[in-house]
Write a protein that binds this ligand. Structure first.
Ligand SMILES: Nc1ncnc2c1ncn2[C@@H]1O[C@H](COP(=O)(O)OP(=O)(O)OP(=O)(O)O)[C@@H](O)[C@H]1O
Ligand SMILES: [Mg+2]
Ligand SMILES: [Zn+2]
Length: 276
């Protein structure tokens, strides 16, 4: 072991006792020979530096671990935000990239969804949304959820919510139960104030007068307070007025750009081999 002594200024030595640093050649089993600093204080060995390459590798590994932890934390937060939207589990991984565009209608629908995302600031300022119309399994819920996912990733302060129209009716109706902790007015206010409200399965059933009133109140509030809404329905444009009522449909039409989803269902029939 070769040793080289490093001279320490006298003033330092007089304060701390005699401080000496010697450089000695050491051997790292991984990186071979290196010069280590041995620190002596009052003749006693106090510290010895390790292999610089090992130290470098340790720092690099720590940076990798830190980056991994940061990524995991970001993904955890993302998943929590997705869950908060209440979109069904099946759709939580459906984004623009998995939406197949083989037909003109699908290409148009995807382009409109992307236009909405890109124009979100304008949609938000004017309270403009979308009205997805089309048959079963044509991709309406897929694209509406993909829009939410895109906007969640784009904006940290974005709080969309997904509800089936029947869930909204149940929430309002539950306030009439004895012991309810809130009233219908508060519940309607809650749905009226959501930043982006995605309402699925509008017009599935004809709906009672009270249900029509609930939906009217929420959408009328949202239209007047310029809150964007995405609505999905199996109804054709012509039936919207009939089923939803002219006054409600007139408001929807003024704020939600219609997008027609044509073609057959993407859902494939279940076959016995699903059990194999
Ligand atoms: N263009 C498409 N590309 C990829 N997957 C699609 C497409 N269209 C529909 N799907 C898939 O088909 C299934 C049904 O689609 P989705 O639930 O979005 O239909 P929908 O229009 O909401 O139907 P419904 O009116 O019955 O609710 C989903 O799994 C969805 O991901
Ligand atoms: Mg759907
Ligand atoms: Zn080493």
């Amino acid at each position: 072991m070769n040793s080289t002594e490093i001279k320490i200024p006298k003033a330092v030595s007089s304060i701390f006792g005699k401080l000496e640093i010697r450089q000695v050649k050491m051997n790292c089993i991984l990186h071979g020979e290196y010069l280590a600093n041995q620190v002596f204080l009052g003749g006693k060995l106090k510290e010895i530096s390790g292999c610089p390459k090992c130290h470098e590798e340790h720092l690099a590994q720590r940076a990798i671990d830190e980056e991994k932890r940061r990524k995991e934390e970001t993904e955890k937060n993302r998943q929590a935000r997705i869950k908060e939207t209440r979109m069904p589990l099946e759709y939580q991984t459906k984004d623009f990239s998995t939406f197949i565009t083989e037909t003109e209608s699908q290409r148009n629908a995807l382009a409109m969804a992307k236009r909405f995302v890109n124009g979100w600031e304008k949609a938000k300022a004017g309270g403009y949304g979308l009205l997805f119309l089309g048959g079963c399994g044509t991709g309406k819920t897929h694209l509406a959820c993909a829009i939410m996912l895109e906007l969640l990733d784009k904006y940290a302060c974005f709080y969309p919510r997904y509800y089936k129209v029947t869930e909204i009716f149940s929430a309002v109706r539950s306030t009439y139960q004895p012991g309810a902790t809130t009233n219908d007015e508060e519940t309607i206010k809650f749905f009226s104030s959501i930043q982006l409200l995605v309402i699925d399965e509008v017009g599935v059933q004809k709906g009672s007068e009270s249900e029509k009133r609930i939906l009217f109140s929420i959408l009328d509030n949202r239209v007047t307070s310029k809150k964007p809404t995405i609505l999905m329905t199996n109804l054709g444009i012509k039936d919207c007025g009939l089923v939803l009522g002219d006054r409600l449909y007139d408001r929807i039409r003024s704020k939600c750009v219609p997008v027609l989803f044509k073609g057959g269902s993407f859902r494939t029939p279940a076959t016995p081999d699903v059990f194999d």
